[in-house]
Write a protein that binds this ligand. Structure first.
Ligand code: ZN
Length: 704
């Protein structure tokens, strides 16, 4: 559940009004702005060989534009420097977005190779801009005049954030320190690209192969058919392959009866990138952590976390630590209670077994059934994926924000599983395209994400083209896509990100939402999956169309909170691992990843063997190859925001069009800002409180 981190975060400042000579051949579809509706990416015309020349030419053009800005004889102004810079790199942005879309969701060996080949070139390009002294001097001159320029709030934020971006990247460095930073940036970019590719391959290679059908006991016939199909795809006809998902825990662990198979599947996941082979990421991640410590030192910060958090809503690691000091003990205490309950249950049923990580899901599922009588097999027929989408997600968005959706079959897609919808506002006018690519594929990054293929910009007259990508189980041909409630939530979650992108009202293309705010609209949107009015509309039996029985619905709502401490605790462990790796000083020498990980978890006081971290360091894509380095805490931080905001809805009449509009206006549509605390306060009437989160998750101490 993450926002796709864009490789070119510094560079994707989108279209340009400065026209450089475009040296691409005319048959390269990336050469010109797309003529498709909403400038949608022409996936039908794009071939692998189009990317490299377009990316290289895009960088050359942007460099030319930057040189023109830097050498402009006119005195630096907001328009000729900040806006011109913001709008530079049109081709690079277009090519980069198309490339990232495919490299993330539908990759192949050519694109994988190109990704590694281009990474240092992108980093070098980024460095050339960041360390262009003339450019920075002009930006600094405008920044120093900021109070007298009478800029509107969005423009002022653009100026401040542009300046801050250069400062954070080390533009103020000179001489040797500057050269050193450039070198480190390039090395880090190559290493993170390697980490990402090793992880995709390691995850693929570690899929569990099963040749004895008795080992599959407990799985549904649909799951077995899908594993047989996965085996067939790999030339293992007659066997079964259980592919790994990106997290430590695997969906099949909830149903596999055979304990040995469960352990094998868990260990396949746990050791996916620790096999001392070409997919072992440990050496790479140690190098990444060391480079980041070095970079922070050059910038005069005690560690990477302190450096990075400056630009976030939280602003510093101390604020985050304070937050975890309140949250972690509450979550761990509840997880321990849950572990005790599961062990008691095991003791009653299977004497002699001690709860292990690979037992948690199957037994907690049994307890859930015993306590709430909610059987996933009973539930799934009511959650057919496209019904969830059209009658749940679209429906709630209509009730809250007045928008409607219409499928468009004429927009090209990169894979037949992708669907495209046009989005209409409450006045009936269409204003965006939204794509979804929900099914799991071997050539897709793990997890789920939201990504803008075209960003909103009033200045550039562009409307949003947004995609949600996920890894939901693909049914065998002809079978309906029945999903569990967790996946329903994932769909609502990603759509919350999409709404944030779709409703953006901004002049400038780059919105720069901090990581510790970006997961707020998405987690907030998950609430509507459980809203009784919405549930009644979308939770329909796939065969009969009958609405979900009220009694089952009540149980799902109750059960959705069951085991919540597990999810929270494994996520907190991930956050703490992230903070530990990024709190290293250059003098801290780490050589053993596994030992560091173990010690880090122990020191947090929530060292629970049966509750392993959601991601182990060696497959923690978010922090070593994604955009969440020193930022994984953001998920829990934004959970606080989303629960607190939802409490506001509850205090004001819940799901109403008026409440939705207020939230849309004061949160979702807000343009670029560098003060999210104030933005939030404007909506909530006060600062965010952790209490609604503890209450919602059942973590409140009695008398708290
Ligand atoms: Zn997310």
């Amino acid at each position: 559940m993450r926002i796709l981190h864009r490789l070119f975060i510094l560079l994707l400042f989108c279209a340009s009004s400065l026209k450089g000579f475009n040296q691409l051949p005319d048959d390269n579809p990336l050469k010109y702005k797309s003529t498709l509706p909403y400038q949608a990416i022409p996936f039908d015309k794009l071939k692998d060989e189009h990317f490299k020349p377009a990316l290289i030419e895009g960088m050359r053009q942007q460099q030319e534009e930057i040189t023109a800005i830097a050498n402009n004889p006119a005195a630096p102004s907001f328009e000729n420097t900040i806006v011109a810079f913001e709008l530079s790199g049109e081709l690079f942005s277009r090519a980069g977005t198309a490339f990232n879309s495919l490299a993330g969701a539908n990759t192949n060996p050519t694109l994988q190779k190109l990704r590694v080949e281009m990474a240092p070139k992108f980093a070098a390009h980024s460095n050339d801009i960041t360390f262009n002294e003339k450019l920075f001097q002009r930006i600094q001159t405008v920044y120093n005049q900021r109070e007298s320029l009478k800029l509107d709030p969005e423009s002022k934020a653009l100026l401040e954030l542009t300046y801050q971006g250069f400062m954070l990247a080390g533009a103020t460095l000179t001489g040797e320190a500057r050269d050193q930073m450039k070198k480190l940036n390039e090395q880090e970019a190559s290493l993170t690209a390697n980490f990402g590719n090793m992880l995709v391959n390691g995850t693929k290679n570690s899929a569990l192969v099963i040749s004895d059908s008795t080992r599959l006991a407990g799985l549904s016939s649909g799951e077995i058919a899908s594993y047989a199909a996965a085996a067939k795809n790999r030339g293992l006809t007659g066997q079964w392959v259980i592919p790994l998902q990106n997290t430590t825990q695997q969906p099949a662990l909830q149903s596999l009866q055979d304990r040995g198979t469960r352990e094998k599947l868990f260990m396949a996941s746990w050791t996916r990138t620790e096999k001392n082979d070409s997919t072992d990421t440990r050496t790479v991640l140690l190098k990444i952590a060391a480079i980041r410590a070095e970079k922070a030192k050059i910038m005069g910060f005690p560690n990477f976390a302190a450096w990075r958090l400056q630009s976030q809503m939280a602003k510093d690691p101390e604020t985050v630590e304070k937050f975890f000091n309140e949250l972690a003990p509450a979550a761990a205490a509840k997880a321990k209670d849950d572990a005790r309950e599961i062990q008691e249950f095991i003791d009653q049923k299977h004497a002699g077994i001690t709860l292990e990580a690979w037992d948690w899901d199957i037994y907690s599922e049994e307890i859930r059934k015993a306590k709430y009588d909610v059987d996933e097999k009973e539930v799934k027929p009511y959650f057919e994926m496209y019904t969830v989408l059209e009658k749940g997600i679209f429906y709630s968005a209509n009730l809250l924000y007045g928008i409607t959706f219409k499928e468009r079959k004429d927009i090209p897609v990169y894979h037949p599983d992708v669907r495209v919808y046009e989005v209409f506002d409450n006045d009936g006018k269409s204003f965006a395209l939204w794509y979804c690519d929900y099914f799991k594929r071997d050539n897709k990054n793990g997890g789920a994400w939201n990504s803008a293929m075209v960003g909103k910009s009033i200045l550039q007259n562009t409307q949003p083209v947004i995609i949600n990508v996920a890894n939901l189980p693909k049914p065998a041909a002809g079978e309906p896509a029945l999903i569990d409630f967790d996946n329903v939530r994932t769909m609502f979650h990603e759509f919350g990100h999409a709404l944030h992108s779709l409703f953006a009202q901004q002049k400038y293309p780059g919105r720069r939402v901090p990581r510790d705010f970006v997961e707020f609209p998405s987690q907030f949107n998950e609430h509507w999956a459980m809203n009784p009015v919405v549930l009644k509309n979308y939770a329909l039996h796939y065969k009969t169309g009958a609405p979900i029985p009220q009694v089952l619905l009540d149980k799902i709502v109750k059960a959705s909170k069951f085991n919540a401490a597990y999810g929270l605790t494994e996520a907190i462990e991930g956050s703490l691992l992230d903070l530990k790796w990024h709190s290293l000083k250059t003098t801290d020498v780490v050589t053993d990843v596994d030992k560091f990980e173990k010690d880090a978890l122990k020191s947090t006081g929530i060292d629970l063997k049966a509750v392993p971290p959601r991601y182990r360091s060696s497959y923690f894509q978010h922090i070593f190859a994604g955009g969440y380095s020193a930022g994984y805490y953001s998920y829990q931080w934004t959970k606080m925001l989303s629960e607190d905001a939802f409490e506001w809805f509850e205090e004001h009449g819940g799901l109403t069009r008026a409440n939705g509009q207020r939230y849309r206006d004061l949160i979702l549509s807000q343009p670029m800002s560098n003060d999210y605390k104030t933005m939030y306060r404007n909506f909530r009437g006060r600062d965010a409180s952790i209490k609604p989160m503890l209450k919602y998750m059942g973590l409140e101490k009695k008398g708290f």
